[in-house]
Design a protein around this ligand. Structure first.
Ligand SMILES: [Fe+2]
Length: 302
């Protein structure tokens, strides 16, 4: 069976001072500030992605995950998923329609089991990639999004039943990696109060991740955790905290899996989380504390 979704299209965040956060993403994280999307906000594309934007930052009273947008395989998949969600009695925010945005598109929005606003779309006009070669240390695309939820088993079941995700692996039963194609995961759920844990950007290679880490550290940013290499997904990682307090990851070399992939439940340990044991060399590991996102069940800001 084909997966009805293909990838994370973009993530929207709100915060009291989006301009400061936008400076970080432009000047330090090295996303491309673009005029896209229409409406208010700061929009950022990735140097290796044809998505019109990967990240939207908007103003809000508190730091919040505004929306997660997934790409449907095609318009029929979008309509099929909408019909399924209606049939299951899920809360639709906006039914399928053509988007009034510069890049067009067709899709709908709904609230997931925790009250996150989710957008499913197709037929978004791709942006032309810059002709110049992309240097190392630059994020190319969204790799994955990790969300906190009180019950990762329930979230994995919901995203499987509603949107066709399949489980790639578990860490204990506390973290579930979900895939919607050959990539090991583009979405994961981790136990905690419903909120964003992090957004990971793919830099294409571990060499590129390390150049990005070096640039950020010379700019006096310290990784919250990393650089290192995870076991589930086998990707390299380095996590940083933005001025607004959002956690972001530089990653690369996330493994691809075949249709006969069988999930493993790893017993969580320091070596499973961080194969090389390098993750805390830049500073002590301080666990991310999840607090309930104040934007749950709120309509997206745009
Ligand atoms: Fe990650």
């Amino acid at each position: 069976m084909e997966f009805p979704l293909t990838h994370v299209r973009y993530v929207a965040l709100t915060m009291p001072d989006p301009a400061a956060e936008a400076r970080f993403f432009t000047e330090e994280w090295l996303l491309d500030a673009v005029s896209a999307g229409g409406g208010d906000g700061h929009f950022f594309a990735g140097a290796g992605s044809t998505e019109p934007y990967l990240l939207r930052l908007g103003a809000g009273p508190a730091r919040s995950l505004d929306l997660v947008a997934f790409a449907g395989r095609d318009r029929a998949a979008v309509d099929m998923l909408h019909a399924r969600l209606v049939d299951k009695g899920e809360r639709i925010i906006a039914p399928p329609a053509a988007f009034d945005r510069p890049e067009g598109g067709y899709g709908f929005r709904f609230f997931d089991l925790d009250g996150r606003a989710i957008e499913i779309s197709s037929d978004v006009a791709p942006r032309a990639l810059p002709g110049d070669p992309v240097g190392e240390g630059v994020p190319l695309d969204i790799s994955h999004v990790v969300l906190h939820t009180r019950d990762p088993e329930a979230a994995a079941a919901y995203y499987g039943e509603m949107l066709g995700f399949e489980v790639a692996d578990w860490l204990d039963r506390r973290m579930c990696f979900l895939r919607t194609g050959p990539k090991h995961h583009c979405l994961a759920f981790l136990t905690g109060e419903p909120s964003l844990n992090h957004i990971a950007f793919d830099l294409g290679s571990t060499n590129s991740v390390m150049r990005g880490v070096g640039r950020l550290m010379r700019g006096a940013r310290r990784p919250k955790w990393g650089p290192g290499r995870h076991t589930a997904g086998d990707n390299t990682f380095a996590y940083f905290i933005t001025p607004a307090g959002n956690m972001m990851e530089y990653t690369a070399e996330l493994e691809t899996v075949g249709p006969d992939w069988q999930p493993t439940t790893y017993a969580m340990s320091a070596e499973i989380a961080d194969q090389w044991g390098t993750g805390t060399l830049a500073g002590p590991f301080t666990p991310h504390v999840s607090t309930r996102d104040p934007g749950l069940w709120n309509l997206p800001t745009c």
